[in-house]
Design a protein around this ligand. Structure first.
Ligand code: GLN
Length: 451
C-alpha cells in the first residue's frame, strides 16, 4: 500500500531519491515468514520506513544528495540501517536531502527540491526534507533523519510531523556520512510521539563502532510516550526566542501550547539563555570547519564520481576537476569557510572563539536545567517558506535554525511536535521541547501529554 502511495504522489512531492521496491517487498515477505513460523517479532516488524540518503545501505545507492556520490553503492550497512533491518522494519527507499545535510530547505540537493505536501510550492524544511515530506504525504509512517543543527526538528515543524534529536551519542553515527562529527546525530521521525519512541528504541543504544556512542541503556522512551503527563513538571520558556524575525502566528500557537502545559499541571517560568545570541555564529564556524575536514575524503579516488581521468592528468588535477563538478555551491561555500576558519593565523580568532561561545551555550543550558525539568521554544521562527525564496540569501536560510542550533551545540536532546496551524497561512507550527542529555524520555512524556 505504501509503495502504491509512493507511485501515486512522489512525482509531485519528490521525497525519494531511490525507491527500493524489491528490497522492501523481500523484507516484508521475510517478516511474514517469521510470523508464520511463530517466531517472536518486535513492535515495528513489517512497518515501512523512509531512510534519509545519508545512511549507507549495502547494495543500495547512497548519495547524500550529492553528485559526487552518484553511482556509489555502499558495500556495508550503517548501524542504523542494520538495526532497522534486524527489527524487521521495511526500508522503502532513500529520501531526498540537502547535499551532505547542509541546508534548511532541501533545495541544495543535487537532484532537485522536494515539495512540502501541505503546499507543494513551499519547502519541506531541511536538510531532511525528504523524510518529513514522506511522512506528511503518507508515503511512510516512519522515517529517519539526521540533525546537525536542526535537520530533523525543523523539517518536522514545517511539515506538521514529529522529529527527535536524541542526546549526542545516543544513536550510532557509524555509516552515517559525516558532515560535522561533533554535532551530527541521527533521529526518529514519525507522525506521532509514540511512533517516534518505538523507532528511537530500535535505532538507539551503544555501538562499539562509533567512538562517541554512549555506553548506557537507551532512556525509557516508549514507557514515557505511553504515560504522557506534564503534572508537576517545571517548564522553562526561553526568553530569547521571540520578537523580530518571529512570525506572529508561530508565536501565537507557541503561547497556546505553553498555556496548555499550565492547564495540564506544569509549573511554567521564564528562563534566560543570553549566550544563545552567539550560537548561530558559533555553529557556522564549527560546522563548516568540521565539514572541511570530513569532506576531504571525496577525492575522486575512493567513491563515486571521477572526472578527467584520461591517463594524462595528475591525480590532484582529477581530484580538483571532480570536486568542481561534484560539489554544489553551498558545500563549496562551507569547505572554503571552514578551511579559512581553521587556517593558522585565523584559528584562534574564528574556530577558537566559536568553541568558547559553544562552552557558554553549554553553561546556559546547565544553569537553566538547575531550575527546570524541560525547556520549550518554537522549533522555527516561521512556517514553511516558498521554494526559491531564500535560495540567494544564505543568512536568511541559516536563520531557519535559530531555535534548534543551541541544542546541537550542547549535545542535549530535543523533540519537535505539531502545535497547530499558523492563522495567517494555514501552515503547521512546531513546538520544541528540550531536555538535558540522557533525559530523552522526558521529551516523550511531555510530548505525549500535549500531543
Ligand atoms: N540547516 C543547518 C545547516 O545548514 C543544519 C543542517 C543539519 O542539521 N544537518 O547546517
Amino acid at each position: 500500500a505504501h509503495l502504491a502511495r509512493v507511485d501515486a504522489v512522489d512525482e509531485k512531492v519528490h521525497a525519494f531519491l531511490h525507491v527500493d521496491r524489491e528490497g522492501a517487498l523481500a523484507q516484508a515477505r521475510a517478516v511474514d515468514d517469521r510470523r508464520a513460523a511463530g517466531e517472536p517479532l518486535g513492535p515495528l516488524a513489517g512497518v515501512p520506513l523512509a531512510l534519509k540518503d545519508i545512511f549507507t545501505t549495502e547494495g543500495v545507492p547512497t548519495t547524500a544528495g550529492s553528485r559526487i556520490l552518484e553511482g556509489w553503492i555502499p558495500p556495508y550497512d550503517a548501524t542504523v540501517t542494520r538495526r532497522l533491518k534486524e527489527a524487521g522494519v521495511v526500508i522503502l527507499g532513500k529520501t531526498n536531502m540537502d547535499e551532505f545535510a547542509m541546508g534548511s530547505s532541501t533545495e541544495n540537493s543535487a537532484y532537485g527540491p522536494t515539495g512540502n505536501p501541505w503546499d507543494l510550492t513551499r519547502v519541506p524544511g531541511g536538510s531532511g526534507g525528504g523524510s518529513s515530506a514522506a511522512l506528511a504525504a503518507f508515503q511512510a509512517p516512519l522515517a529517519i533523519g539526521t540533525d546537525t543543527g536542526g535537520s530533523v526538528r525543523q523539517p518536522a515543524a514545517v511539515t506538521g510531523t514529529v522529529g527527535v534529536k536524541p542526546t549526542y551519542g545516543g544513536v550510532s553515527r557509524y555509516g552515517m556520512i559525516a558532515f560535522s562529527s561533533s554535532l551530527d546525530q541521527a533521529g526518529p521521525c514519525a507522525r506521532t510521539v509514540l511512533d517516534a519512541a518505538l523507532l528511537h528504541e530500535v535505532i538507539g543504544g551503544h555501538d562499539p563502532l562509533d567512538s562517541t556512542s554512549i555506553d548506557a541503556p537507551v532512556p525509557p522512551v516508549v514507557e514515557a510516550a505511553r504515560n504522557g503527563t506534564a503534572r508537576g513538571l517545571r517548564v522553562g520558556v526561553i526568553r530569547e526566542f521571540g520578537g523580530e524575525g518571529f512570525q506572529d502566528g508561530v508565536m501565537r500557537r507557541f503561547g497556546e501550547a505553553v498555556e496548555l502545559l499550565t492547564t495540564l499541571g506544569a509549573e511554567v517560568t521564564e528562563v534566560s539563555c543570553p549566550s544563545f545570541e552567539s550560537a548561530l555564529a558559533a555553529y557556522y564556524l564549527i560546522a563548516p570547519s568540521e565539514c572541511s575536514s570530513n569532506l576531504a575524503r571525496f577525492d575522486a579516488m575512493r567513491y563515486g564520481l571521477r572526472i578527467g581521468d584520461d591517463g594524462a592528468r595528475a591525480a590532484d588535477e582529477v581530484t580538483s576537476l571532480t570536486r568542481e563538478a561534484g560539489f554544489g555551491a553551498e558545500v563549496k561555500r562551507r569547505i572554503m569557510l571552514g578551511t579559512y576558519a581553521l587556517s593558522s593565523g585565523y584559528y584562534d580568532a574564528y574556530y577558537g572563539s566559536a568553541q568558547k561561545a559553544r562552552t557558554l551555550v553549554v553553561r546556559d543550558f546547565a544553569r537553566a536545567f538547575s531550575q527546570v525539568d524541560v525547556l520549550v521554544a518554537p522549533t522555527t521562527p516561521t512556517t514553511a517558506f516558498a521554494i526559491g525564496e531564500r535560495a540567494d540569501d544564505p543568512m536568511a536560510m541559516y536563520r531557519a535554525d535559530l531555535c534548534t542550533i543551541p541544542v546541537s551545540l550542547a549535545g542535549n536532546a530535543a523533540l519537535s511536535l505539531p502545535c497547530g496551524l499558523a492563522p495567517e497561512d494555514g501552515l503547521p507550527v512546531g513546538l520544541q521541547i528540550i531536555a538535558p542529555a540522557m533525559a530523552d524520555d522526558r521529551l516523550y512524556r511531555v510530548g505525549a501529554a500535549v500531543e
